[in-house]
Design a protein around this ligand. Structure first.
Ligand SMILES: Cc1cc2nc3c(=O)[nH]c(=O)nc-3n(C[C@H](O)[C@H](O)[C@H](O)COP(=O)(O)OP(=O)(O)OC[C@H]3O[C@@H](n4cnc5c(N)ncnc54)[C@H](O)[C@@H]3O)c2cc1C
Length: 305
């Protein structure tokens, strides 16, 4: 039985991994991939110690740092999806697509994932004209009329990027007000190829092999708009479904944690990073909170051995 199972390999999981190795805890890190969500960012400018670093480069450095400690008592299980965590005598069983693992304690750092567009056609046309990352996929939509769904900062930032090469960008916002910063809204909407639509309720996306139309309603009127692409920016949700029956989650699915030590509601479980109910979610915060959790896990293991 491992001392600790670290679930996830983003900034939180990797920071915890480094601390666990240095404290010589018998550790397993289980993750689908290393690096975390900002891997798609062309340039991260607030990772302390690097004035600017591409997301891919940060991911590589995080993985290399953890890999340095790989050994019989520091196991890295990459490419496995965690499907369930169960309470067993003396600890927990983590069930993954790559096997089952037992640990005395669990640190949940599986972050969050993008919220999907909840309308007919959205699943069918994902990667066929519907995308969730303007900085990754935007250039494929050169000279096309595209729609951005979501009027928060992410939506407006995506629109700003797309305006560099798309023929036109229409931003659809569900409510009667844009949630992005006022300056960003003003700057982006001032662009001649940019249109913003408030109170737009998306009904459906349609197409043949690729998406070609988006259907939405404004004040009861149905509008069918021809599109070459749809960029969805309607927020993220925590990746905690596999542990929802074991620990307390907020109504949004975030792990309820004690901010002093990152403890979850069940003894033996901690959580850190974007999957938690912490008020702010950033790379440095994820790493710092995970270190806090690991310090507490270390004391717990020593007290119970
Ligand atoms: C496009 C974008 C740009 C960003 N830019 C910045 C920025 O410039 N600066 C900044 O500070 N923050 C930025 N952020 C926010 C930052 O990326 C997050 O706060 C940070 O990644 C959270 O780290 P985490 O370790 O908690 O979770 P995540 O980064 O979400 O990592 C979760 C890890 O868990 C793994 N995982 C998830 N589910 C499972 C499962 N079921 N089984 C196995 N493994 C699983 C994933 O593979 C991943 O490795 C950005 C976010 C996005 C989306």
């Amino acid at each position: 039985m491992f001392d600790v199972a670290i679930l996830g390999g983003g900034p939180a999981g990797c920071a915890a991994g480094v601390y666990a190795a240095r404290k010589q805890l018998n550790t397993i890190i289980i993750t689908e991939t290393f690096g975390g969500q900002s891997i798609v960012s062309p340039g991260i400018e607030n990772w302390i110690g690097d004035q600017v670093i591409p997301g891919m480069e940060l991911a590589k450095k995080l993985k290399e740092h953890v890999k340095k400690y790989e050994a019989d008592d520091f196991v890295i299980k990459e490419g496995s999806r965690i499907e369930d965590v169960q309470k067993i005598d003396g600890g927990f069983k983590v069930i993954t697509t790559g096997g089952e693992f037992e640990a005395k304690t669990v640190l949940v750092t599986t972050g969050s994932h993008r919220r999907k567009l909840p309308v007919p056609g959205a699943d069918e046309f994902e990667h066929k004209g519907i995308t969730y990352c303007a900085s990754c996929d935007g250039p494929f939509f050169k000279d096309k009329d595209v729609v951005v769904v979501g009027g928060g900062n992410a939506g407006f930032e995506s629109a700003a990027q797309l305006l560099a090469y798309c023929k036109s960008v229409t931003l659809l916002q569900r409510s009667d007000v844009y949630k992005a910063d006022a300056v960003t809204v003003e700057t982006v909407l001032a662009h001649e190829n940019m249109t913003g639509v408030l109170n737009a309720k998306i009904k459906e996306v349609r197409g043949e092999t690729m998406v070609s139309e988006i259907v939405y309603e404004v004040d009861g009127e149905e509008i069918v708009k021809p599109v070459g692409g749809v960029f969805v920016e309607i927020g993220a949700e925590p990746t905690t479904g596999y542990i929802k029956d074991l620990i307390e989650l907020t109504p949004y699915g975030q792990v309820v944690t004690d901010p002093r030590n990152q403890k979850a509601s069940l003894e033996g479980v901690w959580a850190a990073g974007d999957c938690t109910d912490g008020l702010y979610h950033q790379n440095n915060i994820a790493a710092g909170d995970a270190v806090k959790a690991l310090e507490d896990i270390y004391l717990y293991i020593k007290a119970h051995s």
